[in-house]
Ligand binder design. Structure first.
Ligand code: NAD
Ligand code: DAU
Length: 350
């Protein structure tokens, strides 16, 4: 496969995936298609923007005419689809946008792939990047496997679940060569500071309250974002058509414990007296429909394709803090303007 269309490549995970593929495969052409919403930022890709095997196209996956023309002009051999509205809290205030991008946008891409690859689907590939949130929530025990029934609770996870179903339907009905992976919470550099870890880093740095929803007892399974990019590479190249793989860090943290660890690291990095940052923790009104616990069983991926997570969480979190503290310009650029408005609206009533 020579030409890969990566959607959402200017976002958090997408930029790591684009960087990974551009660096690892000089004989591939990587086309990054992104609408550049508030979450898309070409500065994330400054390091590779002049590479011969990379190009950027600005466009909207909800625009089927544009998508069809792009397939006609570029003739991609494969799609790795990450473009999405990705923040649960935004999906609670504006569900329709999530249906448009995550469901309609995915179907537009599937339609274009079905049409332009119809001579022979076998050497083409549609890789859909999805989330563990489609499985719903766990109690104290158990893990999500690839066989866990879908049970989404937020408009975000419902839209992702719907898109997963469409991808499988196109494989079953039309024979499209598809793969889906469902991943747990990612963390690392270039993460937009509306999500828990980068938001907390930014607030601690600026001595602002760190909002913890409810009692902070919800549990997430955190994965280093570059480990996700590496998993996508392995699955993209080796999975059989129609397969699904779960990707996770085997790294469960209660939100409050994670925030306390982060406060400790920030105290050290900022030269503050131990315990200073913890005083910023503020328990606020819980997220509606808040899933209690996510935990991924990635045995299938480990056993069949030999992937394992590479980084211990404490080390990864420290590297993440270092990145944010040494990239102040990136942080101040993305937290000016609209971000301030979003923050006021999202947190003033909590
Ligand atoms: P993100 O919000 O950081 O980035 C999304 C990107 O998609 C942005 O660059 C944005 O401009 C682009 N985009 C949005 N709407 C678009 C449209 N209509 N047309 C073209 N581009 C559009 O998201 P992320 O956290 O990097 O997540 C990427 C993918 O991975 C998503 O599909 C998400 O569901 C999935 N995922 C995320 C996580 C996580 O922890 N962040 C975990 C598992 C799966
Ligand atoms: O599990 C994978 C999913 O992880 C991805 O599909 C989503 O795109 C991604 O955003 C993420 O969803 P979460 O809702 O788990 O991530 P978020 O960072 O928004 O929240 C993590 C936890 O922290 C969650 O329990 C809610 C809580 N939280 C979040 C924010 C923003 C807080 O306590 N305070 C906050 O201010």
């Amino acid at each position: 496969m020579k030409k890969i269309l990566i959607t959402g490549g200017a976002g958090f995970i997408g930029s790591h995936v684009v960087r990974w593929f551009v660096n690892a495969y000089s004989d591939y052409q990587i086309i990054n298609l992104d609408k550049l919403t508030y979450a898309g930022n070409l500065a994330n890709l400054a390091e590779i923007e002049n590479r011969n095997n990379y190009s950027f196209v600005k466009g909207d996956i909800t625009d089927s005419t544009f998508i069809n023309k792009l397939f006609l002009d570029e003739k991609p051999d494969a799609v790795i689809h990450l473009a999405a509205e990705s923040h649960v809290d935004r999906s609670i205030s504006n569900p329709s946008e999530f249906v448009m991008t995550n469901v309609v946008g995915t179907v537009n891409l599937l339609n274009a792939a079905k049409e332009y690859w119809r001579d022979d689907y076998s050497n083409k590939r549609f890789y859909h990047v999805s989330t563990d949130e489609v499985y719903g929530t766990l109690g104290e025990k158990g893990m999500f496997t690839e066989k866990t029934a879908y049970d989404p609770h937020s408009p975000y996870s419902a839209s992702k679940a719907s898109s997963d179903h469409f991808v499988r339907a196109y494989a079953d009905t039309y024979g499209l060569n598809t793969v889906i992976s469902n991943c747990s919470n990612n963390y690392g550099s270039h993460h937009f500071p509306e999500k828990l870890i980068p938001l907390a880093i930014n607030n601690i740095k600026n001595n602002k309250p760190v909002p913890v929803y409810g009692k902070g007892e919800n549990i997430r399974d955190w994965l280093w974002v570059e480990d996700h990019a590496r998993a996508i590479d392995v699955i993209f190249h080796n999975a059989k058509s129609g397969e699904t793989y779960n990707i996770g860090g085997h790294n469960e943290w209660k939100n409050i414990d994670l925030i306390r660890l982060l406060c400790k690291i920030m105290d050290q990095k900022l030269g503050r007296e131990s315990g200073t940052s913890e005083k910023l923790i503020a328990f606020v009104t819980d997220r509606a429909g808040h899933d209690l616990r996510y935990a991924i069983d990635s045995t299938k991926l480990q056993r069949e394709l030999g992937w394992t997570p590479s980084l211990q969480f404490e080390e990864g979190l420290e590297k993440t803090v270092d990145w944010y503290l040494s990239n102040e310009e990136w942080l101040s650029n993305v937290t000016s303007g609209n971000y301030q408005r979003y923050y006021e609206e999202q947190y003033s009533l909590r």
